[in-house]
Design a binder for this molecule. Structure first.
Ligand SMILES: Cc1ncc(C[n+]2csc(CCOP(=O)(O)OP(=O)(O)O)c2C)c(N)n1
Ligand SMILES: [Mg+2]
Length: 417
């Protein structure tokens, strides 16, 4: 299913070659075939996706990819299910914290849990993740502290956590910039003589950003061990993917000399399989891989967005039927692995995580506002000092107003559109 193999001459083969070679048993692209505006939409073509688990919880045979997850036994499936439930619960809790004015903004991941958990759970500790703002399930899998996850959104820190402690850089708001960091890190990993890989997460919209394209040029040239993991959630805020991509997004990578694969992003097993294959290539020295995980953002872009203004409810409903969590639940039911005990334990784990996140968030204390200037440069600069005193004068105007002076008011939009 890889759109091109490592062999450089294969990379430039016309796309039709890969299409006619589609393996039987692959699921059809889950998106709807109707056209609304007459434009050909990339995701409405006769494209195939790697799928191992159908929405009804039955397994989809796939000789090429099922071997990559043959070690996933019943216990591992239950663990994956727990991950999916916990990250969804955390997402709900963080959204509630924003609605209650405790954090300024939250970018929900509802619908994208399998894409994130499936890819993150197959990484090694010494691999390194460079993500956007939406990969909170990846952060959870990497072991990011739950309070650290919301800190930056509460405005009590400039940056959430120590990247080296968890092998994951803090979330990038500048669309696509993290892909450059990942490529640079991966080139460095080779120079260090390790077989660790970088994984960079970004959205469908980001693929039109210069940074992502530049990162792919360098990754291909240096055969950098980096996985470009694109979550095509169909939207870049309110812009549908079809507006910027007249061909599937995965088709872009072979033009750079990077093999790519489209996977059902709502299928945790298929995502694990393609990520493992890509990691294997990276570790063997065969360079980068581009993964397009076809999924759907079931919620708003952020808590500042109102998707009812641009999302067709029928689309949302169609995707709800392909819910990544439900299909694992159905698989577990089919295989007799989901009894009351498991359900209760998983629910308790999710509730406990949510409580922990909430308590941690509410316990965060606001930093002294002028400390913002402390870590900008190692040595003082007149320019920065001038800004500091201007800000001090500004704060003095609100000396009687606790919220304004201490920066604890998190009710404003964080501005991360
Ligand atoms: C360089 C840059 N341009 C524009 C923005 C504003 N912006 C924030 S999110 C977003 C859409 C990104 O869409 P996509 O890459 O599909 O990721 P998703 O939010 O769907 O996960 C835009 C344009 C930004 N943060 N950075
Ligand atoms: Mg998107």
């Amino acid at each position: 299913m890889l759109r091109s193999h490592v062999h450089p001459t294969a990379v430039h083969e016309p796309r039709e070659t890969a299409r006619t070679a589609a393996t039987p048993g692959r699921a059809d692209d889950p998106e709807r075939a109707e056209e609304r505006d007459g434009r050909p939409r990339a995701h409405e073509r006769d494209e195939r996706l790697v799928q191992l688990l159908a929405p009804d919880g039955t397994r989809t045979p796939d000789p090429e990819y099922e071997s990559w997850v043959e070690d996933v036994d019943g216990d591992r499936l239950v663990d994956l299910y727990e991950d999916l439930v916990v990250v969804r619960r955390l997402d709900v809790e963080a959204t509630a914290l924003q609605r209650q004015g405790q954090i300024g903004l939250w970018p929900p991941l509802l619908g994208q849990e399998a894409a994130q958990v499936g890819s993150a759970r197959v990484l090694r500790r010494d691999d390194f993740v460079f993500s956007s703002y939406r990969e909170n399930a990846v952060a959870y899998c990497r072991g990011v502290d739950l309070t650290d996850m919301v800190k930056v959104w509460r405005g009590t820190t400039n940056s959430g956590w120590d990247p080296f402690a968890v092998g994951m850089a803090t979330p990038q708001i500048i669309i696509g910039a993290q892909t450059l960091h990942a490529t640079g890190w991966a080139i460095g990993a080779v120079k260090d003589g390790t077989d660790a890989a970088a994984v960079t997460y970004f959205g469908d919209g980001a693929t039109s950003q210069g940074d992502v394209n530049e990162a792919m040029v360098f990754a291909a040239s240096f055969r950098a061990p980096v996985i470009f993991f694109c979550q095509n959630n169909q939207w870049a805020i309110s812009e549908p993917v079809g507006l910027q991509a007249v061909r599937p997004i995965a088709d872009r990578a072979p033009g750079f000399g990077i093999p790519s694969v489209r996977v059902d992003g709502n299928d945790v097993l298929a995502v694990m399989a393609v990520t493992r294959q890509a990691l294997d290539r990276a570790r063997r020295g065969d360079g980068p891989t581009f993964v397009e995980a076809v999924t759907y953002r079931m919620g708003p872009h952020t808590t500042s967005d109102d998707p009812t203004r641009y999302v067709d409810p029928a689309d949302r409903e169609a995707w709800a039927a392909r819910d990544p969590l439900l299909r694992v639940e159905r698989l577990l039911e089919r295989e007799g692995l989901l009894d009351d005990q498991v359900t209760t334990r998983v629910k308790q784990a999710a509730d406990a995580a949510a409580r922990q996140m909430r308590a941690g968030c509410l316990g965060l204390t606001a930093p002294e506002p002028l400390s913002l200037f402390d870590h900008v440069y190692a040595t003082p600069s007149a320019w920065l000092e001038r800004q500091r005193s201007q800000y001090a004068a500004y704060l003095a105007m609100y000396a009687d107003d606790d919220a304004g002076a201490t920066g604890t008011d998190a009710t404003t939009d964080g501005g991360a559109r």
